[in-house]
Design a protein. Structure first.
Length: 289
């Protein structure tokens, strides 16, 4: 005798009984699953292409807006603001005094959460890539060390403050994990990444990172920023000199500076994207361990 469920075609199954799935359904489900699996890479590829297309369009729009601002507002700002400041600086202070002021500002301003980029530009304008790099590097080493030691006295408060932003805190905590090289690499990547420079000076204390890998990674991760600041200062100086003389840059200077600025901007963007992806990979590796 057949079971009641079998007599009713499986429509009124009791407890403990199973409904047999027709073979035709199983046959049709396998090709559908295979088709969906084959479409996944294609869908992901098109999503990536759309994302990069949006990034390209946004980049072109921002570049156009920046070019418009530079062409129409740049000469006015340089003539009315930058050129008078440079003239006042060169006639009021000697080169050793300018070096001391730039060094002091770069070393002390980050401790009070103030930006020191304008003084990096002045160092680049006045001393170029040689002495300017040494002044900026020496000042930044102190500017990154003071918050580290000051923040040690507020370790618990900084830790509670980081808990308000768990996603950002997860990246910051990478700096305090692993051996010396792991901490060095994590700190260098965080310095290159878009994470705020001044904030990380204090936030690093909550990660329990050692001072040696912290300062070594910080110095390695800010080399590109130092050269970019010096280049920006030299570019502003050349524009200010040309504007103060009642003219503008020659065609050769425009091409040279345009290429230099484009290379610097693209390099900075590429390094930042690489650092962000490397941090995500490093975080995924730590989660697996």
């Amino acid at each position: 005798m057949g079971s009641p469920g079998a007599a009713n075609g499986g429509a009124g199954c009791g407890r403990g009984e199973y409904v047999r799935i027709p073979e035709e359904v199983e046959i049709f489900k396998e090709p559908a699953a295979a088709k969906a699996a084959a479409e996944c890479p294609t869908v992901l590829r098109w999503r990536a292409i759309r994302w990069w297309a949006k990034v390209a369009v946004l980049g072109i729009f921002l570049a156009g807006a920046a070019t418009t601002a530079v062409v129409f507002l740049g000469p006015l700002v340089i003539k009315k603001v930058v050129a008078p400041i440079l003239y006042w600086e060169s006639t009021t202070f000697s080169r050793p005094a300018i070096a001391l002021i730039c060094f002091g500002a770069i070393a002390l301003f980050p401790s009070v959460l103030l930006p020191s980029s304008p003084f990096m530009w002045i160092a680049g304008m006045t001393f170029g890539y040689g002495y300017g790099f040494l002044i900026i590097t020496a000042g930044m080493s102190i500017g990154m060390s003071l918050p580290y030691f000051i923040g040690s006295a507020f370790h618990c408060r900084i830790h509670r403050w980081l808990e308000k932003w768990p996603k950002k805190a997860a990246f910051v905590r990478l700096a305090g994990e692993g051996d010396w090289f792991h901490q060095f690499r994590a700190v260098a990547l965080l310095r290159i990444s878009p994470f705020p420079y001044i904030v990380f000076n204090y936030a690093s204390v909550a990660t329990n990172v050692k001072y040696c890998p912290y300062i070594a990674g910080s110095m390695a991760g800010t080399v590109h920023e130092t050269f970019l600041a010096i280049y920006s200062g030299k570019l502003l100086q050349s524009l200010a000199v040309a504007t103060s003389q009642g003219s503008f840059l020659s065609v050769d200077q425009i091409i040279y500076n345009g290429i230099g600025f484009s290379v610097a901007a693209v390099s900075t963007a590429a390094i930042t994207i690489y650092a962000k992806k490397a941090l995500q990979k490093l975080q995924a590796e730590d989660e697996l361990c």
